[in-house]
Design a protein around this ligand. Structure first.
Ligand SMILES: NC(=O)c1ccc[n+]([C@@H]2O[C@H](COP(=O)([O-])OP(=O)(O)OC[C@H]3O[C@@H](n4cnc5c(N)ncnc54)[C@H](O)[C@@H]3O)[C@@H](O)[C@H]2O)c1
Length: 265
């Protein structure tokens, strides 16, 4: 519903680090307007709205925000475990959805979201934005044009230094909130490899917890994931959250006719 304004009305669920990035992008988009912001913490949402100088209404109960007819779509940037609840409620309220990654932390929750979205007939996009990176798009173009030939091996690494004393470890390492660090980080890499290679038919993984930090992670901070795709391509993802170095996200595609090797995504 446009209410006399042709722009798409957007409501934000979760006004934390990522939610604010989304909000600023919405504010820059001439086709959209941010009509409401919801966060469990009233102060977080109010501080953001005040500092951005916008007139968006603030809610601590996202259901109240979903009841607004001028909210056409929602951006969900709440902690991973809350994604299923928020996405299903948004779909049932008839709102289109941009859902931050990971879609959910269990397969069952992913299926429940997909079902709710299908039933409601709304659109839902998951926040694997790296597919849209110009370098990735260029590599995709090379693949589509046949210039890589048949892919034999595809690799993508996620090596991310996050200082051990940062407060993010209070939730990022907790299985009950984040799922795992593979969900939180390496999901991007698995998504990219699926973009180039299709469906995974076999997977194995070595993982461990190695880096010291203020709140230790519960699942893994290093993982080596081996993949076999239905088309025969082999894949590998290395995730390591902790080494003392700049953020490094790579993509390597080895084909019968050409190779893509890039570490600047
Ligand atoms: N696509 C990417 O590259 C990328 C990068 C970073 C984070 N993320 C994703 O964004 C999401 C948020 O991460 P973040 O780093 O911004 O976390 P964050 O902790 O900074 O923000 C989460 C916000 O959600 C709020 N919140 C918690 N429960 C809520 C509820 N029930 N209703 C409304 N608000 C609630 C919290 O108060 C907080 O303000 C996560 O799913 C994360 O995986 C994606």
């Amino acid at each position: 519903m446009m209410c006399g304004d042709e722009r798409i009305g957007i409501g934000l669920i979760g006004a934390g680090w990522m939610g604010k990035h989304h909000a600023f992008n919405i504010l820059k988009n001439q086709h959209a307007r941010l009509v409401a912001v919801s966060d469990l913490e009233d102060e977080t949402a109010r501080e953001f709205v005040d500092s951005a100088g916008i007139s968006a209404q603030v809610y601590t109960d996202y259901q109240e925000m979903l009841a607004r007819p001028d909210v056409d779509a929602v951006v969900i940037a709440s902690p991973n475990k809350a994604h299923a609840e928020h996405a299903i409620a948004a779909a049932q309220a008839g709102k289109h959805i941009y859902l931050e990654k990971p879609m959910a932390t269990t397969l069952e929750d992913c299926r429940r979201i997909a079902h709710a979205v299908e039933q409601a007939g709304v659109k839902c996009s998951i926040g694997y934005h790296r597919r849209l990176n110009p370098i990735v798009q260029y590599a995709k173009q090379l693949q589509v044009e046949g210039r890589l030939g048949e892919l034999i091996l595809a690799e993508s690494d996620y090596v991310h230094y996050i200082p051990g004393d940062w407060s993010i470890w209070e939730w990022l390492g907790k299985e009950s909130i984040a799922g795992s660090l593979v969900h939180a980080g390496a999901g991007h890499n698995v998504d990219l490899l699926r973009y180039f290679c299709g469906e995974v038919v076999e997977v194995s993984c070595f993982k461990d917890i190695r880096m010291p930090r203020k709140c230790q992670v519960e699942t893994e901070d290093i993982a080596i994931i081996n993949l076999r795709f239905a088309n025969g391509t082999l894949g590998r993802v290395v995730m390591f959250v902790g080494p003392i170095m700049p953020f490094n996200f790579t993509i390597k595609l080895f084909g019968t006719r050409g190779t893509v090797d890039n570490n600047r995504i």
